[in-house]
Design a protein around this ligand. Structure first.
Ligand SMILES: [Zn+2]
Length: 165
């Protein structure tokens, strides 16, 4: 698995690195590094690569651990729509991947998500961070294993979350 540079960890651009692990074969497949760009958010580009490599046969049918490391938490549908062409929010797409896999379930993924910062929108606000903290909870409720980065317990974020509950 690749690493993120110091500049990528703190960038406004979203960066992620990802790998697959098969418990059956005990093999690891590095999926690479992805970032937000004109094609979508970093997670959209990761999912596009997964779709391409399952469709072309590079990834065999089976169940995999999918480890994703992100500089910022996935955007949530609780926020105003962020993407062009009504593409679902990244957490919504990841929950679908965790729940349904790809290819009518011929490929299954147990997602392990590790993020450093709560996504705060642009401009970043604690209100947005609170919404994304709830989005992270939705991901956990779908079965993802999530390692929280800095921010989930920030007092100002917790105050905003308490207003929303
Ligand atoms: Zn996103």
């Amino acid at each position: 698995m690749q690493n993120l540079s110091d500049n990528e960890w703190i960038a406004q651009t979203t960066y992620c690195v990802a790998e697959l692990y098969s418990r059956g074969t005990q093999q690891t497949l590095d999926l690479g590094k992805f970032q937000s760009n004109g094609n979508g958010h970093a997670e959209d580009n990761l999912i596009a690569a997964l779709v391409a490599q399952t469709t072309n046969g590079a990834i065999a049918h089976g169940t995999y651990d999918l480890l994703i490391i992100l500089n910022r938490s996935p955007c949530t549908s609780l926020m105003p729509e962020l993407k062009a062409n009504h593409v679902p929010a990244c957490m919504t797409r990841l929950i679908d991947l965790q729940t349904n896999g790809l290819g009518n379930g011929q490929w299954r993924f147990n997602i392990q998500l590790n993020y450093r910062h709560l996504y705060g929108g642009n401009p970043a606000t604690n209100w947005n961070r609170a919404l994304n903290a709830f989005g992270v909870q939705q991901g956990a409720a779908s079965g993802m294993a999530i390692m929280h980065g800095e921010g989930i317990n920030d007092v100002s974020v917790v105050i905003e979350m308490s207003k929303l509950q």
